[in-house]
Design a protein around this ligand. Structure first.
Ligand code: IPM
Ligand code: MG
Length: 368
């Protein structure tokens, strides 16, 4: 298989975790005889520094031509004083919008060797394995906003707004995802307060007729946050808006041990984009302590969901679990006082485990 992958390392630990993702993709190409051509482009603060804009045209053009895009992370204190619209984060939002990426899937799953890392007691954690389907191209992130001065005092506003069509297209994806999982779909909104949430709930409910095998439930976001904390395994697919999805996915990530573990995939009208859900963690940048797992799992989502290479994805995921089974931990996962390994150390051990997993599969077959 021949594919062009655009890498957008971005800021902070973004370049380090992007390198990790590119390393496993390269190794995958070598072992399975694929051709992945990589092209690197600046985005976020790194792009502001060279072109004065967080999403240069050349970057967007490259992404539009690509088969898939990988993004590390954007943002950092250096650009914190810039206004909304000029910040590194605006580059990511503009990219999502320009690429028509309205679906964002964030799988949150307990990795067995890390079960003890959860802040929840084992009986509460259960077999947590959920997918948060976050609307990514609308809502308050892209609604009308502004600033004014009233009687010498400042006022600022942002607007949450959804059209029925925007809700339908993300719900279509979530229903399809539910049909391929346990057929339970929980739509999260704030329909007791927001008109946009009432439209959201009406639209999702009406669509249930077309997916009769899916058991639909609605939950207010405040209750959903509580239920995630009390009994997260009650959920399977959670469908929600752009902002609620941003918040709930960080909360869900904490339940499985670290935000550094969680990947994401975004789909829309053009090339799909893959990115870990963690931020740029500026304080960790350059210290060789970033957890590359969220990034590596974003690469395996690229292999499985964009290229249909599920065997290759399984291979890398099994190898990641083997590294953890052997007791290796990056600092975010290490128990206080215990020894941690760096990003580079993790990648070296992962390489060895990937080779071992391959040898094992050649001898005994996959999944044994
Ligand atoms: C995320 C991030 C982004 C978001 C930021 C960096 C703009 O928090 O992907 O969850 O809010 O979508
Ligand atoms: Mg976020």
């Amino acid at each position: 298989m021949k594919k062009t992958i655009v890498l957008l390392p971005g800021d902070g630990i973004g370049p380090e975790v992007t390198r990790a993702a590119a390393t496993v993709l390269r190794e995958c190409a070598t072992e399975f005889h694929h051709q992945f051509d990589f092209e690197e482009q600046p985005v976020g603060g790194a792009a502001i520094d060279v072109t004065a804009t967080p999403l240069p045209n050349a970057t967007l053009d490259a992404c539009k031509r690509a088969d898939a895009v990988f993004l590390g992370a954007v943002g950092g204190p250096k650009w914190d004083s810039l206004p909304v619209g000029k910040r590194p984060e605006s580059g990511l939002l503009a990219l999502r919008q320009a690429m028509g990426l309205y679906v964002n899937v964030r799988p949150v799953k307990v990795l067995e060797p890390l079960r003890g890392m959860s802040p929840l007691k084992p009986e509460r954690l259960g077999d947590l394995d959920i997918e948060i389907v976050r609307e990514l191209a609308g809502g308050i992130y892209f609604g009308e906003r502004g600033n004014t001065t009233e009687g010498g005092k400042e006022r600022a506003w942002d607007t949450e707004s959804y059209s029925a069509q925007e809700v339908e297209r993300i719900a279509t994806f979530a229903y399809a995802r539910s049909e391929n999982r346990s057929r339970r779909l929980c739509s999260v909104d704030k329909a007791n307060v927001l008109a946009s949430s009432q439209l959201w709930r009406r639209t999702v409910t009406a669509m249930n007729a077309a997916y009769p095998s899916v058991k639909l439930e609605h939950m207010y976001v405040d209750n959903a946050a509580m239920q995630l904390t009390l009994k997260p395994s009650q959920f399977d697919v959670m469908l929600t808006s752009n902002m609620f999805g941003d918040i709930l996915s960080d909360a869900a990530a904490a339940l499985v041990g670290s935000i550094g573990l969680i990947p994401s995939a975004s789909f829309g009208t053009g090339a799909p984009l893959f990115e870990p859900i963690h931020g740029s963690a500026p304080s960790l940048a350059g210290t060789d302590s970033a957890n590359p797992i969220g990034s590596i799992l974003s690469a395996t989502m690229m292999l499985r969901d964009a290229f249909g290479l599920s065997l290759e994805a399984d291979w890398i995921e099994q190898s990641v679990v083997r590294v953890l089974q052997a007791g290796h931990r990056t600092p975010d996962l290490a128990a206080p006082g215990s020894k941690a390994i760096g990003t580079n150390g993790f990648m070296e051990i992962l390489h060895v485990e990937m080779q071992r997993t391959l040898e094992h599969a050649e001898r005994y077959g996959w999944g044994v």
